[in-house]
Design a protein around this ligand. Sequence first.
Ligand SMILES: Nc1ncnc2c1ncn2[C@@H]1O[C@H](COP(=O)(O)OP(=O)(O)OP(=O)(O)O)[C@@H](O)[C@H]1O
Ligand SMILES: [Mg+2]
Length: 219
Amino acid sequence: MIEIENRLCGIIGQRGTGKSYLTKILAETKGIRVIAFDTLGILKIRNAKPYSVIKNADILQQGIAAGGLMRAIQKQSISFNLSELSTGEIIQFTDSALRIADFPPTKWFFFDEIAEYVPESSKQSQELLRLIRLGRNRQITVTVNTQRPAFVSKKVWELVDVLIIHRLVWKNDLDLLREVLSRSIEDYEEIVSQIPRLRDQERILLDFRNREWGRLGSV
Ligand SMILES: Nc1ncnc2c1ncn2[C@@H]1O[C@H](COP(=O)(O)OP(=O)(O)OP(=O)(O)O)[C@@H](O)[C@H]1O
Ligand SMILES: [Mg+2]
């Protein structure tokens, strides 16, 4: 299994390559005290209590309530379904929830479609960026996924410790990866050249701390 504890883990790849499925499996493997943010309402994590955020209601108040839930978490896992919300509301909810939660006792956060929360070129959730920046010093693991890494804030990729890479073909995504990988991996061109040819559910695991990479088998 993939070791992501106390780390920022990014799962990237084209549509339908298996990112959400892997996110769900990782969340279920952790078992307890998992918190998932799900903008499509698809994660359905086993044993996680579903909590739907409702449109046309006070988003800030719902965020405050969600933050309180996260603070009070014992062993329960929670999955927030944000599928009714607009992009602006997703950020508003996330900011208010994480501000109140303020590094809750949970150790595991999972965000599906991270570009909704911290896009590169529009308003970003500052509280999520704070969780990503400070979480690992507080034994918190954050796992995020996206089909368009080039659309996600560069701050995320500057801090990422583990990358799980599925097939990507868009030039902007591959250029971004080249830039991120060249920071610490010597044979980054070899990795980037393999990425467009990966099949569905085939992935490359890249560990920035240990400067290691390799093909990952099925999970
Ligand atoms: N390891 C697997 N075993 C069985 N089915 C899988 C596996 N991985 C993915 N799938 C299935 O493949 C389909 C696409 O997977 P998934 O939704 O995880 O892709 P995705 O990368 O998140 O796509 P998108 O970018 O559209 O969100 C789903 O129906 C999922 O259940
Ligand atoms: Mg998905």
